[in-house]
Design a protein around this ligand. Structure first.
Ligand code: SAH
Length: 354
């Protein structure tokens, strides 16, 4: 249980933990679900606002609990109107954590971070440069959604419709807190979003993918493939030395068999490196013959690779060529580049040094 100055942060509790906690205060169990609604749907940060709780409960709660308010230190709106980047500060760390809101027709997609920094060291990613600092807690993951919903509400817009774990870090390396946050995101008294509206992106942490399958979590899975042979993947994504391409393809097939959901392979197009004629052939061999998708992401300037960005036309052409080879290829729109909010561009600032 996470605590702030010895007080329990309510947003760090699972529904079961909250129920147990409420029972320990001598209150009825159903109060826990009411509190969940206050925390996640009405987004209050003051016990006094919980108007369907008796004064006694409110007093008890405020005596031993806290609710951390997500404070956006900055909000950067893309001039194209389709992306907003948030820098959140939390009261137990000096780091500012970035998340992105993406607008796409009727969708409001929150791209959330799961770690401060990342341990995986992918060469094309800005987050990797930080190294691994620490895992985010359940409430720090959820606070990003609360802050984004506060923003949407202030614009009289609808609330977050989709969540993607594609921000900073590797969510599947922070499985316990990712799993706990997921429970709240999916809970009807929490954010009430179904598995069809949630995607977790992974560099390929296979034991955690097994857990997703075994625990029947029913979320969308995106695997960052990013290379067409092991030699190249070893170079750009060191995790490949542990979990290689053949293992990723195998688990993607199993994911489909067990969940009925097609896995998306994300594939960063690094010009002259990942879109070569050899790449096309290998990809078609690797990914044809079973239901999956390949999502091409034009390289954004980040990490150590500054050259090798690619024109929109070239990516489109590459996707059409993959199509001809029988692959379900799509191109990811690169939103938020002007605010350093596109894929691979998120980072964390130590607020004491900026
Ligand atoms: N750790 C997770 C989430 C990372 S970010 C993962 O590896 O999947 C989400 C996506 O952005 C990943 O597919 C990643 O490969 C991609 N990405 C990282 N850096 C990028 C860059 N510079 N340009 C384009 N996409 C990038």
């Amino acid at each position: 249980m996470e605590t702030t100055a010895s007080k329990t942060d309510l947003r760090d509790l699972s529904i079961n933990e909250l129920e147990q906690f409420i029972l320990s205060l001598g209150e009825k169990k159903f109060r826990a679900r009411q509190i969940y609604k206050w925390l996640y749907q009405k987004r209050v940060d003051d016990f006094e606002q919980m108007s369907n709780m008796s004064k006694h409960v409110r007093q008890q709660l405020s005596a031993c609990c806290s609710i951390q308010k997500p404070e956006p230190k900055y909000i950067l709106e893309s001039k194209y109107g389709d992306a907003v980047k948030f820098g959140f500060a939390f009261n137990n760390t000096s780091y500012i954590i970035e998340s992105v809101l993406l607008f796409d027709d009727k969708r409001r997609t929150a791209c959330v971070s799961s770690q401060i920094g990342c341990a995986l060291g992918c060469s094309f990613c800005e987050t990797a440069k930080l190294g691994f600092i620490r895992n985010l807690t359940q409430q720090e993951i959820l606070a990003q959604l609360i802050g984004i919903n506060d923003y949407l509400c202030s614009k009289s817009d609808k609330l977050v419709t989709n969540v993607v774990f594609m921000g900073m870090g590797e969510a599947l390396s922070n499985f316990a807190n990712f799993r706990k946050a997921l429970e709240v995101i999916m809970h009807e008294d929490g954010f009430n979003l179904g598995g069809r509206r949630i995607t977790v992106s992974t560099a390929g942490v296979i034991p955690s993918i097994e857990r997703l399958i075994n625990e029947n979590l029913n979320v969308g899975l995106a695997i960052s493939l990013n290379a067409w042979n092991d030699k190249l993947r070893d170079e750009v994504m060191p995790i490949n030395k542990k979990y290689n391409i053949a293992q990723l393809v195998k688990i993607a097939k199993r994911y489909f068999e067990k969940t009925g959901r097609r896995v998306t392979f994300e594939y960063v197009v690094i010009d002259g490196i990942t879109n070569t004629p050899g790449a096309k052939k290998s990809l078609s061999k690797l990914l044809s013959g079973f239901p999956c998708k390949i999502n091409l992401i034009p390289l954004n300037t980040a990490g150590d690779i500054k050259e090798n960005t690619v024109s929109e036309d070239k990516v489109l052409q590459f996707s059409q060529e993959l199509h001809k080879l029988g692959l379900a290829a799509t191109v990811r729109k690169s939103r938020g580049r002007d605010i350093m909010g596109a894929c691979g561009q998120l980072t964390a600032y130590d607020a004491t040094t900026v």
